[in-house]
Ligand binder design. Structure first.
Ligand code: FUB
Length: 358
């Protein structure tokens, strides 16, 4: 899953000069970043941001160095707890609220607490998290708290009918809540055919280039926010002619890390293309899709890929994302934020998060 093509290019660019004799060295090239890490005391990734009580709360993964070798299934992402961050204003100080949920307090836990999200309803905050169960199969759990920073108490079992990774919960203007979830390769989505897990299924994607690609999943949540209401369906992405994107279209097809925001009455489904390292978007008339592919809006970051969220705060739109500026290592990431701009025609302005200065 997490090969380090771009990271390698970056490290090569940054370090090649230090191996040359001083006389042969060219003027040092400097990597410049669009934004700075929001915190540096711990490594954080997969930032899901929400505005609660007039503040921004960020629900990130907490990256650690577990000493597990890197592989395409993401075993090196062996996270064990969550810390919640908050800030009163963009650019202001960031508070780390400490451990909000620990894997040792989740009764069904196997390993790997991956990208979480949060939501609020009727006086309760909900933290949604992907975690491998004791059979090493990813499912999605939920924990509750009375305050946005927790601590959160996990439900004794995963959400019935849940699978794969990267839950993103969107609450529409009418109060209806939807969960988008799924990720291929290490996220195991390709192993879920006909609602059943196939341990012998492909390790990456379907490996059928001309067949429709695997879609992210979407499901309405019950009013209690703890259970799925009805059937899980595909958050289908189609091209401008209405055809599903094929499996071979790695530049455009869904990989993982979905998010939903509503802009001018339209539903913007955003996601990572994974092995091609872009953030892409597709627009629909309903939160359930289908969504028409509209383009890329973030160029590859430093690191294998990024994971984002989009939120409106004090009249402006922001994107929270991660890269590996602090560590230079794929599995030790840091969260960042920058402004996101919608163009007058409804497209999203392209973001480039780093460049090499001559
Ligand atoms: O943090 C672990 C995984 O890496 C997330 O679940 C994916 O979205 C990717 O960011």
């Amino acid at each position: 899953m997490f090969k380090f093509k771009l990271q390698f290019l970056f490290l090569a660019a940054a370090s090649i000069f230090s191996y040359l004799p001083a006389s042969a060295q060219q003027p040092a090239k400097k990597i410049k970043y669009l934004s700075q890490p929001l915190i540096s005391a711990i490594y954080t990734a997969d930032p899901s941001a929400h505005v609660f009580n007039g503040k921004i709360y960020i629900y990130p993964s907490h990256d650690i160095d577990a000493g597990i070798p890197e592989n395409d299934m993401g075993d090196h992402f062996a996270m064990r707890d969550y810390h919640i961050l908050s800030l009163d204003r963009i650019g202001g100080p960031v508070t780390d609220h400490g451990v909000a949920l620990d894997i040792k307090n989740i009764p069904w836990a196997g390993r790997q607490l991956w990208a979480p999200d949060a939501a609020y309803k009727n006086g309760t905050y909900f933290l949604y998290f992907p975690l491998k169960n004791k059979q090493d199969i990813f499912q999605i759990g939920v924990a509750t708290a009375k305050t946005p920073a927790g601590p959160f108490k996990a439900q004794p079992q995963p959400i019935p009918g849940s699978f794969s990774i990267d839950p993103a919960v969107f609450v529409d203007d009418d109060g209806s809540a939807y969960m988008y979830f799924g990720g291929i390769w290490g996220g195991q989505l390709q192993r879920w055919k006909d609602g059943k897990y196939d341990a012998n299924g492909s390790k990456t994607d379907l490996q059928q280039d001309d067949a429709p690609s695997i879609n992210c999943k979407v499901v309405k949540l019950k009013n209690n926010m703890l259970e799925f209401s009805g059937k899980v369906s595909d958050a289908l992405i189609v091209d401008s002619a209405g055809h599903p994107l094929p499996g071979k279209d790695h530049d455009r097809r869904f990989f993982e890390g979905s998010w939903m925001h509503k802009y001018n009455g339209k539903y913007y489904f955003t996601y990572s293309t994974g092995d091609t390292h872009y953030l892409a978007y597709a627009i629909g008339k309903s939160p359930l899709g289908p969504f028409t592919y509209a383009g890329h809006f973030m160029q590859p970051v430093q690191g294998w890929t990024t994971h984002h969220s989009i939120v409106k705060f004090k009249g402006k739109w922001y994107i929270f994302y991660h890269d590996t500026e602090l560590s230079g290592k794929t599995h030790l990431r840091n969260v960042k934020v920058t402004e996101l701009h919608h163009n007058p025609d409804g497209t999203i302005r392209m973001i480039n998060t780093f460049w090499v200065e001559k």
